[in-house]
Design a protein around this ligand. Sequence first.
Ligand code: IPE
Ligand code: IPE
Ligand code: MG
Length: 252
Amino acid sequence: MYNEDTKSFEEIKKEIDLDRLPQHIAIIMDGNGRWAKGKMLPRSAGHKAGVERVKEIVKAAGDLGINYLTLYAFSTENWKRPKDEVESLMNLLVLYIRGELNNLHKNGVKIKVLGDIEKIPLLPRREINKAIKKTKDNDKLILNIALNYGGRYEITRAAQLVATEVKNGMIDVEEITPDIFKKHLYTKEQPDPDLLIRPSGELRISNFLLFQIAYTEFWFSDVYWPDFTKSHLCRAIIDFQKRVRRYGGIKG
Ligand code: IPE
Ligand code: IPE
Ligand code: MG
C-alpha cells in the first residue's frame, strides 16, 4: 500500500525504466465520494475533481509511452446510485469529451468504450460515438473508457456470442479455446493489463476485467482518486518493475 512521496514528479520519473514499461495499465478510479465528504462537499464535487485527475493521468500515460490505458468510469452496478448522482456522472462525461476531444486527438489518443453503450443516455452516447469516430485512426495511446461495464456481463455476453457462432455452424464446440473466447470480449485484440491500480483503500476488484486480469500485477493506495497524481502513477510503475512475473512457472 503506497501513500506518500517526498520527491518531485521529475525525480520520481527518472526511476522508471522506460524500456520495461507496462504495455497496458488499468485503473479503478475510486474514492471521489469520500474525498468530497471529507471536505464537506457534495459527492458531485468529488466526481468533478476526479475528472481533473483523468486529464492529468491520460496526459502522463501518453507522455511516458504507455500504449493502453483502461479507466473504470461507471460500472453495471453504479446504476443503483441516486438518479442525480448518475446524471452528474453522465454530465461530467459529456463535459470531459467536449473539453478534451481535440486535445486527445492531437496527442494521438484513440478512444474506445468497454461496456454496453446502448444503455447510456442519448446525449453522452452521442458525444462518445463522436469521440470514437474522430479518434479511430490514432494509435499512440488506446484509451479504454469502461462505461456501463461489468466483468460478469462481459463474460456472459462473450459466451452468448460464441454460442451463436456454434449455432450458426461457424465454429465447432471443440474449437472454443481461451484465445477464441477472448476475441469476443470488449478488449478483443488488446493485450491483458500488466498493471491494475486501485486507489481509495479498497482491496477488491468490483467486477472489473475479470477475465483479463488472470496474471495482472495489482497496486493499491489509500489516496482517493481526486488526490491521485502522475507521481502516484510513476510509483505504481516503479513498483511494477520490481515484481517478478512467473505466470505459474519458476522464472526468477
Ligand atoms: C468513484 O468514486 C466514481 C465512480 C464509481 C463512478 P465513488 O463515487 O465510488 O467514491 P466513493 O467510493 O463513494 O468514495
Ligand atoms: C468501482 O467502484 C467502479 C468504478 C470506479 C467506476 P465502486 O465504488 O462502484 O465499487 P464498490 O461498490 O466500492 O465495490
Ligand atoms: Mg467507490
